[in-house]
Design a protein around this ligand. Structure first.
Ligand SMILES: [Zn+2]
Length: 415
């Protein structure tokens, strides 16, 4: 039975109805596609697009608020980066969200400006200004999205998923589907801290549920590679000036108190950590925490050599998505050229498990992070075995010494 150990189930279903721009090879192509889709909408329509991946463009400058305004005759446009840690919005959305040139950056986010003027590009928590004015989805909407996603996943042979944004309405939607005998997946819930008590109450009342499981609290302790907000041990090659080594999120006390909360509730802590700095910090804090708590580090896209043996030793899970290598090859080369050999160090982890006499599947588990990328397990296989996109020469592989055998990848994809 195949498992996707890191997914956003409802969001994946929802994104299937958005305009996809992931295959656009430059700004003009992206703006053209947005213009044609916007032309189908009424003047007060709101176009949502996703998949923006400017690191693959020869000029990685995204379209700005004015360009989106002009391309769509002043319509509202939200254009999500493929990793969902950044967005560009049109001029009308900036106004609607109350963002002007003088708006200060929120904690944990940036309003990207040029010559003091907001460009429309929002990073990390600055995206919340827009989310706050975007119409809220209902439980009914979420059920439809889950059905949409589930159909695709079942067709791919996936029977178990770990959802990393399990908010209360998502739990309600799953339980309603299960009661209607329409849920065809086993779903493990990883819940943001603000929602944990509410989801716990919902799950405590759902005594009959066999398929929905409350499994953990989900944290974010850094940003992403493509947004240059991942917390790295060394500076990015082309950094954000004010944050050359990315953006650590949450204080040590906040993280330690989440460990205590999870230990008390008998669940795991799953934390997003992409940079090698964020990974090391989480291992340090886990080591410092007196009680026992099961820690999963989600992504662990860069791991310093020195930290590899700590995974089997501390019993920390690396929940990785090798398939991100396929979308991140350009960003790894451009932004972290001196750390490329530490990207998704699968072989090092498996070897460290053998040395420690620990089963690799108790340390390393695989997922996709759909809708960031496709949930097709074939992509993880491709990336973990070949370390490059289909069609690329073998010499273009990223850190080929970190490759795994096919059998091992299949083994790590099962529950
Ligand atoms: Zn995710």
């Amino acid at each position: 039975m195949l498992r996707d150990a890191h997914i956003h189930l409802a969001e994946h279903g929802r994104e299937r109805s958005w305009l996809a721009v992931g295959d656009c090879t430059d700004r003009e192509m992206c703006l053209d596609r947005i213009a044609s889709a916007a032309a189908e909408l009424p003047a007060d329509g709101w176009l949502t697009a996703s998949g923006l991946r400017t690191e693959a463009w020869s000029d990685p400058t995204p379209p700005d608020a004015d360009a989106l305004h002009e391309a769509t005759d002043g319509r509202r446009v939200t254009l999500h980066s493929f990793d969902h840690h950044a967005m560009v919005v049109s001029r009308r959305v900036l106004e609607l969200a109350g963002i002007n040139d003088a708006t200060p950056d929120p904690e944990g986010g940036f309003i990207v400006r040029r010559g003091g003027k907001a460009t429309g590009l929002l990073l990390e928590s600055a995206c919340d200004f827009v989310r706050d004015v975007t119409p809220e989805a209902t439980v009914h909407d979420r059920k439809a999205w889950i059905r949409e996603a589930q159909q695709e996943l079942r067709a791919l042979g996936i029977a178990e998923v770990h959802d990393m944004h399990a908010i209360p309405d998502f739990a309600r939607a799953l339980l309603e589907l299960e009661a209607e005998d329409a849920l065809e997946l086993d779903v493990h819930l990883y819940v943001p801290p603000w929602a944990f008590d509410e989801v716990r109450t919902i799950m405590a009342a759902a005594v009959d549920s066999k398929r929905v499981h409350l499994s953990g609290i989900k944290l974010f302790t850094d940003g992403t590679l493509n947004s240059r907000t991942a917390h790295m041990l060394r500076p990015f090659a082309h950094p954000i000036e004010s944050h050359p080594r990315g953006t650590p999120l949450l204080s040590d006390d906040e993280i330690l108190s989440t460990f205590a909360r999870a230990a008390g509730a008998g669940v795991e802590v799953a934390t997003h950590a992409i940079g090698d700095g964020a990974v090391r910090r989480m291992l340090d804090l886990h080591e410092r925490f007196d009680d026992t708590v099961r820690l999963r580090i989600e992504h662990a896209q860069f791991i310093d050599e020195a930290d590899i043996p700590r995974f089997p030793r501390q019993g920390v899970i690396a929940s990785m998505q090798p398939c991100h290598l396929l979308t991140d090859i350009e960003a790894i080369r451009r932004l972290t050229p001196d750390r490329a050999h530490r990207a998704f160090p699968l072989r090092d982890l498996v070897d460290a498990c053998s040395e420690a006499g620990v089963a690799p599947e108790s340390v390393l588990i695989l997922g996709s992070d759909a809708p960031i990328v496709s949930p097709d397990p074939a992509d993880n296989l491709q990336a973990a075995v070949e370390r490059r996109r289909a069609g690329m020469a073998a010499s273009e592989a990223v850190a080929p010494e970190q490759a795994l055998e096919r059998d091992m990848v299949v083994h790590l994809s099962k529950s």
